[in-house]
Design a protein around this ligand. Structure first.
Ligand SMILES: *Cc1c(COP(=O)(O)O)cnc(C)c1O
Length: 403
């Protein structure tokens, strides 16, 4: 076992157990490797943890983290809304039966805006130009469009893996330009719903998230004073990180929830009737996913052991260290076939792609590993298949099971 295998996985006959079955049983069910298994019980536990920590705050699922249809359909029934970032995701969210849909993302095309208007989704406007196009499309249909203003805040979420706010950004409307935009909105066939303020992603620092949420509530209040009507909803973004690497400590959501409750109880009167939402992707689904790949070849090179597997970065780009990371570190991985065995050798676990980028684990400690063994990569539930270059090199897609 290497790194930071998330707690809660079992062992039977020495093998890794995921959602009640051994890794090999899941492969038999899917028919082949490589394979993603997503455990719904682990996702449900995250949703429950959120509800306990954030009573009264709406939970939205940012589906780009994992759009697998069975997972999405099930999730749509548990959360209060689904956040989409393309016309394709919008169609998937509608098909999944999502109650509330909000649509953020730069360069929404007219057809995407039109589909959002027809679906009654809230369009998180990224610019004044987008507002004018949405209004024209709504007018053309004799409809009103539900819109929120996505604000590029003048602050950032410190310590985020990916920064989405602060300074010059493709996302949202600079906070100081929002009042003029709100004035221009009056008279257009648009129903103003509120603000969407998203400052970062993959953050494990409760203090930084608390500070950003406080600033976000204050900014929403200042902007609300200039709005055509009080905002029905302020989407505070997300940014909750998960522990991938040794030394990472899971985010204390109890702490964040208590601080947010305090900030909201002291909110200005202009936000008295406003509901608040957090939109989370990674935090909800990352630890529910395991990527299973079989060792095809065991060989030595330059005095080092290489285990070449049938999976790789075409399915699990993030684990290879090529998705938004500066320094490559190993995602937690284990020999699933010999999960209970003592580590005794150092191995380089690589994928099947003909590129030196396809590394799944550098110099990891594993039990003696044979060809045919299954390797499990943990923390594979978010930004796995969906964020990987599946067409690269022409290998087949992975299996996916929502267990
Ligand atoms: C990607 C994204 C999210 C989800 O981010 P996570 O880090 O997966 O929680 C939320 N909101 C918006 C607007 C996004 O683009």
């Amino acid at each position: 076992m290497s790194g930071h295998v998330p707690p809660g996985f079992g062992v039977r006959d020495g093998a890794l157990v995921i959602a009640g079955r051994t890794a090999e049983q899941w492969v038999a069910e899917a028919g082949d490797t490589p394979l993603f298994v997503y455990d719904r019980v682990r996702v449900a536990a995250k949703v429950s943890a959120f509800r306990a920590a954030f009573p009264g705050v709406r939970l939205h699922y940012a589906m780009k983290a994992n759009p697998f249809a069975p997972l999405l359909a099930w999730m749509a029934g548990l959360v209060d809304g689904v956040d989409v970032a393309s016309g394709g995701e919008l169609a998937a969210a509608v098909a999944a039966g999502a109650r509330e849909i909000s649509f953020a993302g730069p360069a929404k095309r007219d057809a995407e805006l039109a589909a959002a208007i027809e679906a009654g989704a809230t369009i998180n406007l990224e610019s004044v130009g987008e507002m004018r196009r949405a209004a024209a499309l709504a007018a053309g249909k004799g409809l009103r469009a539900r819109v929120a203003v996505r604000v590029n805040p003048p602050f950032e979420l410190k310590g985020s893996g990916m920064r989405m706010g602060g300074g010059a950004k493709p996302f949202g409307v600079d906070a100081d330009a929002v009042p003029d935009m709100l004035r221009a909105m009056a008279g257009l066939p648009l129903d103003f719903r509120g603000f969407h303020i998203f400052a970062g992603s993959q953050n494990l620092d409760a203090g930084a998230i608390i500070a950003a949420q406080r600033e976000t509530v204050a900014l929403a209040a200042a902007l609300a004073a200039q709005a055509p009507c009080p905002p029905a909803l302020v989407n505070l973004g997300g940014g909750f990180g998960v522990p991938y690497f040794p030394g990472d400590v899971a985010l204390d959501v109890g702490l964040v929830g208590a601080a947010l409750a305090e900030a909201l109880s002291a909110r200005p009167a202009v936000l008295a009737e406003t509901e608040f939402a957090l939109e989370l992707g990674r935090w909800l689904v990352a630890d529910a996913g395991v990527y299973l790949t079989r060792v095809v070849d065991r060989k030595m090179s330059g005095g080092q052991l290489f285990l070449a597997c049938d999976g790789g970065l075409h399915h699990q780009l993030a684990a290879s260290g090529n998705f938004g990371t500066v320094i490559r570190r190993n995602y937690p991985l284990a020999n699933a076939t010999r999960f209970a065995a003592e580590p005794e050798e150092v191995a380089n676990v690589v994928g099947c792609l003909c590129t030196p980028l396809d590394r799944l684990g550098d110099r990891v400690m594993l039990p003696r590993t044979e060809e045919g063994d299954l390797i499990a990569l943990f923390m594979a539930g978010a930004y796995g298949r969906t964020a990987s270059p599946g067409a690269f090199l022409g290998h087949p897609p992975p299996g996916e099971i929502f267990a």
